[in-house]
Design a protein around this ligand. Structure first.
Ligand code: HAM
Length: 420
C-alpha cells in the first residue's frame, strides 16, 4: 500500500522547528502589544465574494490561486488567501468602529494560495500582520512600517530593504488609468486574452504581469507618480518625511504596485537579501477602498503582512538563532515495578514544582534510559532503583558536571531548585 503523503506545497512543522515558530510568535505578540495592536482571529474559510470583490477579480490571487469549492448547500466558499479582507469584514460585521474610532488589530494565521510551489512559495503558508483601521492620516501609514521593522529588528533580521511607492487615491487613478490604457493599446500589438481583459478593466494589473514579453513595455509605461493629485502627493510626502525623521531608510520604487486591487496611496514591500527569488518577506499599504467594496461605506485603513516561513528562512540563512531547542530539567530513571510506580507520582511532584520532567515508559535497561535522558538533553537524572526506594532517596546525577549524589525524598525538590 502506498503511504499517504502531505499535499504538494504544504509543510509539517516538526518538533525540532516549532520552538522557532513559538519564539517568533512571542516576539510578534510582544511588539504588537508595545504598539497597542490587539489580536483578531477569523475563520479559515469565507464566502468567495469577499475575496473576489475585496482583492479584485483580475488579480492573480483571485483569478488563478484561490482554493474555492462549493459546500453542500451550493455556496461558493474559499480558503482565505490573505487576511486583510477577512479582518475588514469582521471589523464591519462586529461593528468595531462603535467601540472606538481607531481600531488596531494584528493576526498570525495560516493562508492558502494554489501557486507553483518553490523555495519560499507554499500553498499553505503563514503570515503575521497588522491592520490599522479608522485613520486616513499618513502618520498611520508610517506607524505600520515602523511596526513591521520593529518586529524584524527584535528578532535580529538583517539585510532588509524597504521599498515604497504611492498608487494615489481613487481620484488620481481615473485619468491615469486612461493614460495607461492608451499606452498599452498602442504598445502591445498582440495581447493575450488575459492582458486584453486587464487593459480594458484594470490596466494597473498589467503592471504586475510576469509575462517576459511585456517586461520592456511595462518598464516604459507612464508612472502614476507623475499623475498624482495634490492630496495624494502631499500624503506621500508626509509619509516619507516621517520615515526620514525616524531614521528609517527606504528606496522609492515607482514600479511597485502590489498585486491586490484594494490599495490606495502608500504601498510598500520589505525584501531580504538572504533569500532567493522569493525575497519579499513583507508587503503592505493603505487600502481605503476595501471597506467600500465590502460594506458600501469608505473606511480608511492601512496595514501589512509578513510571511513567517520566509522570515524563518532568512533568519536561518543569516545564521540568526531565534530559539534554542527546549531542554528537559529532570529525567527519572526507574528500575523495577515499584520504582516505576513511585516515578509516576514523582513526575507529578516535579512538574508541579515547575521542572519540565519525563521518565521512561518502556521499562528499559538503565543504559537505555541514560541514553534517552541524554537524547532529551536532561539537566538532571534522578535514579530510582530498588535500593534507593528502600531508603527513600534518589541518586541525582548532574548531567553537565557528571557529579552524582544521594538526596532524600524530602529534600529532592529543594536540592534541584538550588541547582537549576
Ligand atoms: P502579500 O504581498 O500577498 O500581501 O503577502 C504578504 C507576504 O506574505 C509576502 O511578502 C510573503 O512574505 C508572504 N507570502 C505570500 N504568498 C506566499 C506564499 N505562497 N508562500 C509563502 N509566503 C507567501 C497580502 O497578503 C496583504 N494582505 C498584505 C496587507 C495587509 N496589505 C494591507 N494589509
Amino acid at each position: 500500500m502506498n503511504p499517504i503523503k502531505r499535499i504538494k506545497g504544504t509543510q509539517d512543522i516538526l518538533p525540532e522547528d516549532s520552538p522557532k515558530w513559538t519564539a517568533l510568535e512571542e516576539t510578534i505578540r510582544k511588539t504588537m502589544a508595545l504598539f497597542n495592536y490587539k489580536e483578531i482571529r477569523t475563520p479559515v474559510f469565507e464566502l468567495t465574494d469577499l475575496f473576489a470583490r475585496g482583492i479584485g477579480e483580475l488579480t492573480d490571487i483571485v483569478s488563478k490561486e484561490m482554493y474555492t469549492f462549493q459546500d453542500r448547500s451550493k455556496k461558493s466558499i474559499t480558503l482565505k488567501p490573505e487576511m486583510t479582507a477577512p479582518v475588514m469584514r469582521a471589523y464591519i460585521e462586529n461593528n468595531l468602529q462603535a467601540k472606538s474610532q481607531i481600531t488596531k488589530l494584528f493576526y498570525i494565521s495560516p493562508l492558502f494560495r494554489q501557486e507553483n510551489p518553490q523555495a519560499g512559495r507554499l500553498r499553505q503558508f503563514h503570515q503575521f500582520g497588522a491592520e490599522f483601521i479608522g485613520a486616513g492620516s499618513p502618520e498611520a501609514d508610517a506607524e505600520t512600517i515602523s511596526l513591521a521593522l520593529a518586529i524584524f529588528k527584535s528578532i535580529g533580521l538583517k539585510g532588509l530593504e524597504l521599498n515604497i511607492n504611492t498608487v494615489g487615491d481613487a481620484e488620481s487613478r481615473v485619468p491615469y488609468k486612461k493614460i495607461l490604457q492608451d499606452f498599452f493599446n498602442d504598445e502591445i500589438k498582440t495581447p493575450s486574452d488575459e492582458v486584453k481583459r486587464r487593459i480594458e478593466n484594470n490596466p494597473l494589473r498589467v503592471l504586475d504581469s510576469k509575462d517576459p514579453q511585456l517586461e520592456e513595455i511595462i518598464e516604459r509605461a507612464p508612472k502614476l507618480i507623475d499623475h498624482l493629485n495634490e492630496t495624494s502627493a502631499q500624503h506621500y510626502q508626509t509619509v516619507k518625511n516621517i520615515l526620514k525623521a525616524q531614521d528609517i531608510s527606504f528606496i522609492e520604487d515607482t514600479t511597485l504596485v502590489r498585486g491586490l486591487d484594494y490599495y490606495t496611496h502608500t504601498v510598500y514591500e520589505i525584501t531580504s537579501s538572504w533569500l532567493g527569488a522569493q525575497n519579499a518577506i513583507c508587503g503592505g499599504g493603505r487600502y481605503d477602498l476595501l471597506g467600500q467594496e465590502i460594506s458600501g461605506k469608505p473606511i480608511p485603513a492601512v496595514g501589512f503582512a509578513a510571511g513567517i516561513e520566509r522570515v524563518l528562512m532568512a533568519l536561518a540563512s543569516q545564521d540568526g538563532q531565534i530559539a534554542e531547542p527546549r531542554q528537559l530539567d529532570a529525567f527519572i530513571i526507574a528500575l523495577g515495578d515499584d520504582a516505576v510506580n513511585a516515578a509516576q507520582s514523582w513526575l507529578m511532584k516535579l512538574r508541579n514544582a515547575g521542572f519540565t520532567s519525563d521518565t521512561d515508559f518502556l521499562k528499559r535497561s538503565m543504559k537505555a534510559q541514560f541514553r534517552e535522558a541524554n537524547r532529551q538533553q536532561a539537566k538532571f537524572v534522578l535514579i530510582l532503583g530498588e535500593n534507593e526506594l528502600a531508603q527513600n532517596l534518589f541518586a541525582i546525577k548532574n548531567m553537565e558536571s557528571g557529579e552524582q549524589q544521594d538526596v532524600s525524598f524530602d529534600q529532592a525538590i529543594e536540592f534541584l531548585k538550588t541547582l537549576n
